[in-house]
Write a protein that binds this ligand. Structure first.
Ligand SMILES: *Cc1c(COP(=O)(O)O)cnc(C)c1O
Length: 408
């Protein structure tokens, strides 16, 4: 089954109650049982069943199964946001004293989160790009995770997932990837060696910008060393599925960041058109990037603007570069004026919407970050970030061309 067909007819698409083509929205906190004994079994994980919607819920499970199938995972856990997914995915294996190796070009929220983790004795060491030659020198006896984005937002560098995972595995370290900007349409990171995949479903998976959510998918291929990964030591009898079991029965349950049933339902609907939308979005973004790069006075960054990225994109991402581009306008004033003169596109934060969204990251998303963090993320005072939507590309090109020509 090819990608778009599997979105509609994959194994995880069930015969839902009453023959419905979509799962029911089970908007119930607790689940009723006919005896104390039954409830006891469900709570002690001796019997299958739902107990409480912070822990598991049938609508969320329907969404989890669909994403898990698409990403070729062992299990998926829905979360209340992309940030909750990143936090839970890390807390599941980290202890005080552990180190993370990550890219300095990460999503600003992730950089801020790593700052918070410092207070718990967890240190992030940053590389300016997720390449073997940059990562290897930072690996030491405390390193427990390599964490990166497949296409970094907004620095727009592509990670070679196969090479980075081989390096991490050679040192007995798992690779966790945030694949939000790439989506399962462009890449299934587990097939390329990643151990755990995280998505902010808020973005392309939901697609319409109507609910905040996240998801963690565990490939369950990583051979955990239970002395080294102390956090998993009491799960050693589960072997390669130890990560899944602790996530499901401990961390996700206790930290309380589970996805809501309504969000899961909206995500199931969004997911059905992911392939259609991503195809259109990537084509639009590539065409808009080409058109913008012909205009004098601005500098465009799109993932497919260098040979290295094109080679990696061909190998792992259907040859496509995603839906985000940035460009530099020459000054903050010009950037603001261009944004203000755009007619069709929406001036708003977020990415992955059907609508084209435009923002000035320096004064918004990166307002809390230091100048060196901004530079590492490719954010300058004249940078404009565009999350390309599914509009007719001729209209987008005309809108941006007019706004740029008027101001530069
Ligand atoms: C938006 C985003 C997040 C955070 O997701 P939320 O759903 O907003 O919490 C994490 N990583 C990337 C790459 C993102 O774009």
């Amino acid at each position: 089954m090819n990608f778009n067909t599997s979105l509609l007819h994959g194994k995880a698409v069930k015969f839902y109650e009453h023959g419905a083509t979509l799962p029911s929205i089970v908007q119930s906190n607790a689940f009723r049982y006919s005896s104390a004994e039954e409830l006891d079994k469900v709570f002690s994980h001796k019997a299958m069943g739902y107990a409480y919607s912070r822990v598991a819920n049938p609508t969320v499970a329907a969404f989890e199964q669909r994403i898990n199938e698409l990403e070729h995972g062992n299990a998926a856990v829905g979360c209340s946001s992309g940030m909750a997914a990143i936090l839970l995915s890390l807390m599941n294996i980290l202890c005080t004293g552990d180190e993370i190796i990550a890219s300095s070009g990460l999503y600003g929220g992730s950089i801020d989160l790593f700052e918070d983790l410092k207070k718990f004795g967890i240190t992030a060491r940053f590389v300016d790009s997720m390449t073997v030659d940059r990562i290897e020198p930072l690996i030491n006896e405390h390193t427990r995770v390599v964490f990166g984005e497949v296409i970094s937002n907004p620095s727009l560098k592509i990670m070679d997932v196969e090479e980075v995972s081989k390096l991490a595995h050679a040192y007995g370290i798992p690779l966790l990837v945030d694949a939000t900007t790439a989506t399962p349409y462009l890449i299934n990171p587990i097939d390329h060696g990643a151990d755990v995949v995280i998505h902010s479903t808020t973005k392309y998976i939901n697609g319409s910008g109507d609910s905040i959510g996240g998801i963690i998918i565990d490939g369950a291929h990583f051979p955990w060393d239970f002395e080294k990964f102390e956090a998993l030591s009491s799960y050693s009898k589960f072997g390669k599925v130890a990560y899944t079991v602790r996530l499901r029965t401990d961390i996700a349950e206790n930290l309380g960041g589970y996805m809501s049933p309504m969000t899961a339902f909206l995500n199931v609907i969004g997911l059905e058109t992911l392939g259609l939308r991503m195809n259109k979005i990537c084509c639009n973004a590539a065409r808009l990037a080409t058109a913008l790069s012909k205009l004098p006075g601005i500098e465009v960054n799109y993932p497919l603007n260098n040979e290295d990225n094109i080679r990696i994109a061909r190998k792992q991402m259907r040859g496509m570069g995603g839906g985000i581009l940035t460009f530099r306008a020459g000054s903050k004033e010009k950037a603001f004026n261009i944004i203000n003169d755009l007619k069709y596109v929406v001036k708003a934060t977020s990415i992955g919407d059907v609508r084209t969204l435009v923002i000035h990251p320096d004064s918004t998303l990166y307002v809390k970050n230091t100048p060196s963090q901004k530079e590492a993320a490719g954010v300058y005072e004249d940078t404009i970030r565009v999350s390309v939507g599914i509009e007719d590309v001729e209209d987008l090109i005309e809108d941006f061309t007019d706004a740029v020509n008027k101001n530069i």
